[in-house]
Design a protein around this ligand. Structure first.
Ligand SMILES: N[C@@H](CCC(=O)N[C@@H](CS)C(=O)NCC(=O)O)C(=O)O
Length: 331
């Protein structure tokens, strides 16, 4: 990554307390000792401070390094590793780390969703999340009846972790310090543990090595200084006026993949997640494309012109499609 100026010392991210994916990012930031600052956004959209950047993407977290905005904890973590190489978290088995962490992101997040005490949540949140996961008829009372089943699945996951840690390793990949994978599994398990009913499942007599690994991370994170905060309007001002931009030549433009996708450089596209939150698309002009990343430049026209930013999406888990001519007005 290169730039016209230095990498900003303190990148800005958007999120709220209680989100396991925001916690995953915060775990990564703390492992890397990056003094990032958070813009607090509400639990449900609209999230005006993210929209103010010209980015409709509805999930959190989102992180900006200068004028480049990164989507998804997977790509955000890689971008942080490139921009802030000290205290590496992807120093070994990178492909395996990405695959394993994706497995835990997916299965443990879905499990946590089943364990969440939905009966104590406001109706408005329930309605929003039904839409978010694309299951308008989900019955949260029925989900509540599956709690014990979910606890049993959690025990099966902990059994796999126990098997993994049974050789006495300190961190997931036997590295000198925790990696991206430790951060990812820790954050989502910590979220699940926050639902009190799950506490007996984390039994140190049944899963001694796993509970000890969890405890080591609790201690390590408790000793880290807290991350900072910044207000949305100040964050937007700082992002728009930043002179730092990522070097897109490292991503390049993969013509073979572009052909497979039916896209050309400079095409007007929309990108959306393939799982949750897929009804919200982010429009822009396609400026870089690789097998792992797609970058669009936001193009905002209208009453209040918003300066362009570059928004980076992972390829896996996101779909890109060209906007037919007739729809161009929406960009
Ligand atoms: N794969 C995404 C998942 C992000 C995600 O699902 N975030 C949740 C919060 S934990 C979210 O945005 N939920 C809907 C919402 O808050 O509006 C990532 O790694 O960043």
């Amino acid at each position: 990554m290169s730039s016209f100026s230095h990498v900003p010392e303190s990148p800005i991210y958007y999120g709220y307390n209680g989100s396991p994916f925001v916690s995953k990012l915060e775990a990564v930031l703390k492992l890397k000792n990056i003094p990032a600052r958070r813009v607090d956004v509400p639990l449900t959209p609209p999230r005006v401070d993210i929209l103010a950047l010209g980015i409709p993407y509805r999930r959190v977290p989102v992180l900006a390094i200068g004028k480049d905005v990164y989507i998804d904890t997977s790509l955000i973590s890689e971008a942080l590793e490139k921009a802030y190489p000290s205290s590496p978290i992807l120093a070994t088995d990178v492909g395996l780390q990405k695959a394993v962490t994706k497995f835990y992101d997916h299965f443990l997040f879905n499990l946590g969703f089943d364990i969440l005490p939905w009966n104590k949540t406001p109706k408005s949140l329930q309605e929003d999340r039904k839409k978010f996961i694309g299951r308008p008829d989900i019955d949260f009372d029925e989900v509540a009846t599956r709690k014990e089943l979910a606890h049993s699945k959690l025990a099966s996951h902990l059994a796999i972790l126990e098997e993994h840690f049974s050789d006495g390793r300190v961190w997931y990949f036997s590295t000198p310090s925790p990696t991206y994978t430790d951060a990812g599994i820790y954050a989502v398990l910590d979220w699940i543990r926050s639902f009190r009913a799950t506490r007996p499942v984390f039994d140190s007599t049944v899963f001694p090595k796993t509970v000890a690994w969890f405890g080591r991370l609790d201690t390590l994170f408790a000793a880290k200084p807290p991350l900072g905060k910044v207000k949305g309007p100040d964050a937007a001002k700082e992002i728009f006026s930043s002179t730092f931009t990522a070097d897109l030549s490292q991503i390049g433009f993969d013509e073979v993949e572009a052909k497979r996708l039916g896209l050309k450089k400079g095409a007007k596209v929309v990108i959306s997640p393939e799982d949750s939150g897929r009804d919200v698309v982010t429009p822009g002009v396609l400026i870089a494309l690789s097998k792992q990343e797609a970058v669009i430049e936001t193009e905002q026209k209208g009453q209040h012109v918003i300066p362009s930013l570059r928004v980076h999406f992972p390829r896996l888990g996101y779909s890109i499609r060209e906007v037919p001519n007739g729809e161009n007005a929406k960009l």
